[in-house]
Design a protein around this ligand. Structure first.
Ligand SMILES: C[S@@+](CC[C@H](N)C(=O)[O-])C[C@H]1O[C@@H](n2cnc3c(N)ncnc32)[C@H](O)[C@@H]1O
Length: 202
């Protein structure tokens, strides 16, 4: 909260099971919840069958197989009206896809795999196809600094670099930090295909 200017946005990747626990402290801290981005992604992870009893109960699912990932969207309260905030701080809104097309809260995605995973072998790698859409929306006039306090392989930092934005990434794990230093320039050069499948290196 202290490092954000008024109207600055925060995106938080979470999952359907715990998202309410993640969101509550943000609201308590004074952020406004501005919605949720639904990343439609089928990860093929297990966990939906009764543990150690799946043969006994073959027709049972213990919770719905998740096919989406919620990204909580929060905003530091604006100073005055949105238009005043946009003029003064260059924040308060999200960047549209184009003048005709809004930024939407449903984004079709894929797990980070293939060439991207080779460039950045982190267990929870997020794909450039998705992250560049988020990063672009987060700074409505293309000004400002992208901060990722849990950067993993540095994929968000790479997305910011690809969009010529300044960024800061923090990572507690030394090995992942070293991985990020190598992966960021490589991922920034990565060119995702239109639908996010099988991108190429520039
Ligand atoms: C879900 S991963 C991020 C993955 C990243 N989005 C990517 O695409 O590679 C979260 C990362 O946060 C790191 N982390 C956890 N606690 C942290 C802390 N207190 N400060 C900095 N990094 C932390 C973990 O080591 C892990 O690499």
């Amino acid at each position: 909260m202290p490092v954000l200017v008024p109207g600055g946005h925060v995106f938080i990747a979470t999952n359907p099971l715990v998202s309410y626990l993640v969101y509550e402290p943000f609201i308590q801290a004074g952020f406004e919840k501005r919605g949720e981005i639904i990343r439609v992604v089928y990860t093929l992870r297990g966990g939906d069958r009764p543990k150690n009893a799946h043969e006994e109960f073959p027709d049972i699912t213990v919770m719905p197989k998740s096919c989406w990932e919620p990204w909580g969207l929060f905003r530091k309260p604006c100073e005055g009206r949105v238009q005043d905030n946009l003029r003064k701080w260059r924040t308060g809104g999200l960047r549209r896809i184009s003048a005709e097309e809004p930024f939407k809260d449903l984004i079709y995605s894929l797990p980070g795999r293939g060439l991207e995973k080779e460039l950045a072998p982190h267990p929870s790698l997020k794909p450039q196809h998705f992250l560049r859409q988020i990063v672009r929306a987060a700074v409505p006039f293309g000004h400002g600094v992208i901060l990722d306090p849990f950067m993993g392989s540095g994929s968000t930092i790479a997305a910011a670099t690809a969009l010529s934005l300044r960024s800061i990434g923090l990572e507690i794990d030394r090995d992942y930090f070293q991985l990020a230093k190598k992966a960021i320039p490589a991922l920034a050069e990565y060119v995702p295909s239109e639908n996010g499948v099988n991108g190429t290196k520039r």
